[in-house]
Write a protein that binds this ligand. Structure first.
Ligand code: PHE
Length: 445
């Protein structure tokens, strides 16, 4: 059966959609939380190194596989492994698909917090103080309401296809988020205590950088932030015409994503120290107090300290974050949806609702057993599933395709010898580096 596939109309369309997937809560919530829990500067340093050495090549491999196959991730990996074992390839795709569902089940909970904080600021603006306080306080009831709302919102957009509206929308809104981040950074750096935070963030304690816990968290964060290893970038790569210059595109996506994470750290870490300076208990034994939700208390406090304009800034900030989260969930949802539509002949509409129902089930499970499952899901996804998928991508591009010499032929054709080196880097260095980190994960668990 021939499918007419949706596609991006331009390379910039692809870059923006992929950046929309990459830039999200991982940058604004995950990165600063992780950095604050792992000594600030040392984490930032290792994160940048891992991004460059491992995450960027993995993103390249993932997009490349999708782009070559022009199919959903399960079929794309099946095709890529044809010479060896198509079935094994498809299993690899299914692992990514499970990762996408896992990601969605906790991500939609955090995204729900964003929505409720945005509404909290709005209610405060219109004088509904009690409602505002309820919306800003974390509770199971709040999760039970806002997680499904967020899932519904995502489903409503996804079932319409590779939607141009959201693409255009997010490109217009992302620059506003950037401006807001800059404005807030300038504001926070003038508050008492901020400079201490700035130092912690920017001056690495080099005795920490070989700490295996830190390296593993940094790797997990880098993979999560670039959305690699769950098939989302592969499916986006498959929606673009075959392209000779994937490297440049992947580089731009990485630069945008890493830049935003860096800026978020520049805002949040000093903000944590400002709160601590004001007498709040932010750290205990060098760890953030509370299950990663603390940042959402610190931010509203920061906005409140700005006086009357604070509520407007808070509304804008949390709404923009909700949108950034939405564009990230779209790429993950697209993985199982594309698989069901292309391989199982399910209508797009049905596939979307089916996937959303599964995500809703898992997110409700996470809410019910929050203390046990929430952190565990994040850890299993980012430190086991995503790196495992990436190892698989490296083997496909570096070894299975090497037989056909795809990468090398292409590079020599274009007279670019450095691409041969790049091929060898993907083939030899990346799998070894990843394996070393894996052995450490195994030892630590
Ligand atoms: N990269 C997204 C973020 O930083 C999260 C994400 C992970 C999206 C995996 C898709 C797939 O928020």
């Amino acid at each position: 059966m021939t499918q007419t596939r949706d596609s991006f109309h331009s390379r910039i369309g692809f870059v923006l959609a992929a950046a929309g997937s990459a830039i999200g809560l991982g940058n604004i919530w995950g990165f600063p939380t992780n950095a604050a829990n792992n000594g600030g500067g040392a984490f930032l340093f290792v994160y940048l190194v891992v991004t460059l050495l491992l995450a960027l090549p993995a993103l390249y491999a993932e997009v490349y596989i999708g782009n070559q196959a022009q199919k959903n991730p399960v079929s794309a990996l099946g095709d890529a492994c044809k010479n060896f074992s198509e079935r094994l390839g498809r299993y690899g795709g299914v692992i990514g698909l499970c990762g996408a569902i896992m990601m969605l089940s906790f991500y939609t909970i955090v995204a729900g917090w964003m929505l409720s904080h945005a509404l909290s600021a709005i209610s405060q603006l219109i004088g509904l103080t009690d409602l505002s306080t309820w919306l800003a306080t974390s509770s199971t009831e709040r999760n039970l309401i806002f997680t499904p709302i967020f899932i519904l919102l995502g489903a409503a957009i996804i079932h319409q296809g590779v939607n141009k509206g959201i693409e255009k929308w997010s490109t217009r809104l992302m620059p506003i988020l950037l401006l807001m981040l800059f404005g807030l950074i300038i504001y926070i750096l003038q508050q008492p205590g901020a400079i201490e935070g700035l130092k912690v963030y920017l001056i690495p304690d080099f005795t920490q950088i070989t700490n295996p816990e830190l390296v593993i968290s940094a790797m997990g964060q880098a993979f999560f932030s670039l959305s690699i290893g769950v098939g989302g970038m592969m499916v986006y790569g498959s929606y673009m015409q075959k392209d000779k210059d994937l490297g440049k595109l992947v580089l731009s996506i990485t630069a945008l994503d890493t830049g935003i994470a860096f800026l978020a750290g520049l805002l949040i870490i000093p903000a944590l120290f400002v709160a601590q300076h004001a007498g709040q208990q932010v750290f205990q034994d060098n760890q953030l107090v509370g299950e990663g939700q603390l940042i959402f208390h610190i931010l509203p406090e920061l906005f409140a300290s700005m006086g009357s304009i604070g509520l407007v800034v808070a509304t804008g900030f949390f709404l923009l974050l909700s949108i950034a989260a939405l564009t990230s969930t779209i790429s993950s949802t697209e993985v199982p949806v594309a698989y069901l539509v292309e391989d199982k002949n399910v209508s797009r509409r049905k596939a979307t609702w089916l996937v959303s129902a599964v995500v809703l089930f898992f997110s409700m499970l996470l809410i019910a057993f929050f203390d046990v499952l929430f952190g565990a899901f994040i850890r299993v996804l980012t430190t086991i599933l995503q790196p495992l998928s990436c190892l698989f991508y490296f083997i496909v591009v570096g070894w299975l395709w090497h037989r056909g010499n795809k990468l090398r032929d292409k590079s020599l054709q274009h007279g670019r010898k450095y691409l041969v080196m790049w091929g060898n880097y993907l083939r030899f260095v990346c799998p070894v580096l990843l394996t070393v980190v894996f052995v450490n994960v195994a030892i630590l668990n």
